[in-house]
Write a protein that binds this ligand. Structure first.
Ligand code: PEP
Ligand code: MG
Length: 590
């Protein structure tokens, strides 16, 4: 029986539109077993466990290879983390203890160990660690399945479908037949969850934050429309709605096809002003795609992920190799590498030494590097300076709020140069050093910073949250988190004006660089570069090519007379509607 038609608002995490019936992903959490054994069965159960560990290792290696062929190394790396779990001594000895001391069979002991570690990780206030819960469950269930010889139920669906689930593990996501899946609608997860990362790489629309009650009531007979642009999910749409979305889907496909033919064209306004388009790229392998979409250089490489994705902290040589690979891949294109921005919502238990009440206002980014982890900062800067000889590198500092932080970093760099010279190690002597403008303090003292920094990059994700005092991750204040807020526009204006006086460039590398209504404003405010994800580049370039600097400047003047954000956005959308209506049609809601 189909449930009544309804529409829910979820959170979009991968763009696109999927229309199709539901594929149920149940069976991810089987009931925990408690099968007791006698002491003489212990050796047999231990043997079962070790055979299953071997088989699990082999399956994960195969999955990693499959993924490497389909995607690239960074996504395949998810299974490196899984392989580490298979070999994790604490995990394995916990299962062995269950068998030898508590006398449960191997399968039950695996379930008990999963429960124990999941409970442990779930209480930690670290988003990254909490997401590892999914990895533990994934590996654990695979292991338990291999012990019990359970054959997974084949997904015997005749046509491609939309996968719904409470949680999707990475191996479930990747193990799915791409031809059988149209998209995902999942209850838990975030834009940084592995499922979201994989959905984007597989170019499948996805939303998270689906209401549990709705997911529980859906059956294979129900049909969904998942709008990965707006986050809207429509259950059992009427014929008219479905037809409207099908039309939108066909148009979107045709449009993206057409845009891919324009990737060589630069982002030049109709009156001849060029805006540099750069990529937010975290792995050398991803730069190729960015370049194909027309990126000239990397505007943001978030290095903190190197310190969060590893089970250990990469040393100077390991970092050197990573940065060097990035430099060589980019050739002569500029590569802007941000020193690690640990803190705020990007916690790393191996690095942070104390729990803070208010981490977004705490020891984050450059503050942590200078106050508490000079050891890691020096190591990173040495690795960067060494890799700098292999290309066109720029170093950028996050979360700067006062001049001392920049001046102290400059002094550290000078001392490290002496140290490297004394060691006879080659290094780049004059790497441009830039400041991220992501605190109101940095923006309002841009006149001072512009005299000492080689470039500015506006980190709007943070600049907006700190200016409006609206936590960027808190849904309850999301209505206040507005990019076009007059206060934010004023700070950007002042920053650009002061940069122009000192003749240094200004980039924007936060999400607003790919937010269509913000782009005419950023162009009119005089920003030189926009750095964004690869998939957004074709749309942004098409928009810029349809605008004139003259009308963008006029828009900015009018925006400064507005009282509120909604008016600013409306004016900007009207302008886009006049110049490039096709862009609004593609992203627009139905
Ligand atoms: C920003 O704040 O806009 C930015 C690019 O940095 P992050 O999103 O990593 O904080
Ligand atoms: Mg930031």
């Amino acid at each position: 029986m189909r449930i009544a038609s309804c529409t829910v608002q979820a959170t979009p995490v991968a763009p696109g539109i999927a229309i199709g019936r539901v594929m149920l992903m149940h069976g991810t959490a089987p009931a925990v077993k408690n099968t007791v054994i006698t002491p003489d069965q212990v050796p047999g159960e231990l043997e079962k466990l070790h055979n299953a560990l071997e088989l699990t290792r082999k399956q994960l290696q195969d999955l990693r290879e499959t993924l490497r062929k389909r995607l690239n190394d960074s996504e395949a790396g998810i299974f490196d983390a899984h392989l580490l779990l298979v070999d994790d001594k604490t995990m394995v000895s916990e299962v062995e203890r269950g068998i030898t001391e508590e006398l449960f069979d191997a399968e039950s002991s695996v379930y008990h160990a999963i429960d124990k570690f999941v409970a442990l990780f779930s209480t930690v206030e670290d988003v990254y660690l909490q997401e590892r819960v999914i990895d533990i469950r994934d590996v654990g269930l695979r292991l338990a399945g291999n012990i019990s010889d359970a054959v997974p139920m084949p997904l015997a669906y005749d046509e491609p479908r939309i996968v719904i689930a409470s949680t999707l593990t990475p191996s479930e996501t990747v193990g799915m037949n791409r031809d059988k899946v149209l998209g995902f609608a999942v209850e838990t997860g975030s834009t940084t969850s592995h499922t979201a990362i994989l959905a984007r790489s597989l170019k499948l629309p996805a939303v998270v934050g689906m209401p549990k009650e709705l997911l529980d009531s859906l059956t294979v007979a129900d049909k969904l429309i998942v709008d990965g642009f707006s986050g809207k999910v429509i259950v059992n749409p009427d014929a008219g709605t479905e037809e409207a979305y099908r039309l939108k889907l066909r148009e979107a496909e045709k449009f993206y096809q057409q845009l891919s033919g324009e990737s060589d064209l630069q982002a030049v306004t109709t009156d001849g002003f060029t805006i540099v388009i750069a990529g937010n790229v975290d792995a050398a392998e991803d730069y190729e795609e960015a370049r194909q979409h027309g990126a000239h250089g990397i505007g943001l490489f978030r290095t903190e992920f190197l310190f969060m994705d590893s089970s250990h902290l990469p040393d100077e040589d390991e970092q050197f190799e990573i940065y060097k690979k990035m430099m060589i891949t980019a050739g002569n294109d500029p590569v802007t590498i941000r020193t690690m921005d640990i803190g705020g919502d990007k916690m790393s238990s191996g690095i942070i030494r104390s729990v803070e009440q208010n981490p977004f206002l705490g020891l984050r980014g450059i503050r942590l590097c200078l106050r508490e982890r000079r050891d890691l900062f020096d190591t990173q800067l040495r690795a960067l300076m060494r890799a700098g000889v292999h290309g066109n590198m720029q170093i950028m500092l996050p979360m700067v709020s006062c001049m001392d932080e920049l001046l102290e970093t400059k002094e550290i760099i000078e001392n490290l140069k002496k140290e490297l010279s004394a060691r006879g190690v080659p290094f780049a002597d004059s790497i441009p050093l830039g400041v991220m403008i992501e605190t109101p303090a940095a923006a309002m003292t841009a006149d001072r910073f512009a005299r000492e920094a080689d470039f500015f990059s506006i980190g709007s994700n943070d600049l907006i949250q700190y200016t409006i005092a609206s936590d960027r991750g808190n849904e309850r204040v999301a209505h206040l988190y507005r990019p076009g807020h007059p206060a934010v526009l004023r700070l950007i204006k002042f920053t650009v004006e002061e940069a122009v006086k000192q003749n240094i460039p200004v980039a924007v590398c936060g999400q607003i660089a790919e937010d269509l209504p913000m782009i005419p404003l950023l162009v009119g405010l005089g920003v030189n570069e926009l750095s964004m994800s690869s998939s957004a580049m074709p749309l942004v370039k098409r928009l810029i090519r349809s605008l004139s600097m003259h009308e963008c400047c006029e828009l900015v003047t009018r925006a400064f007379q507005c009282d509120n954000y909604a008016e600013v956005v409306m004016m900007s959308r009207e302008m886009i509607g006049r110049n490039a209506p096709e862009l609004l049609d593609i992203q627009g809601e139905i």
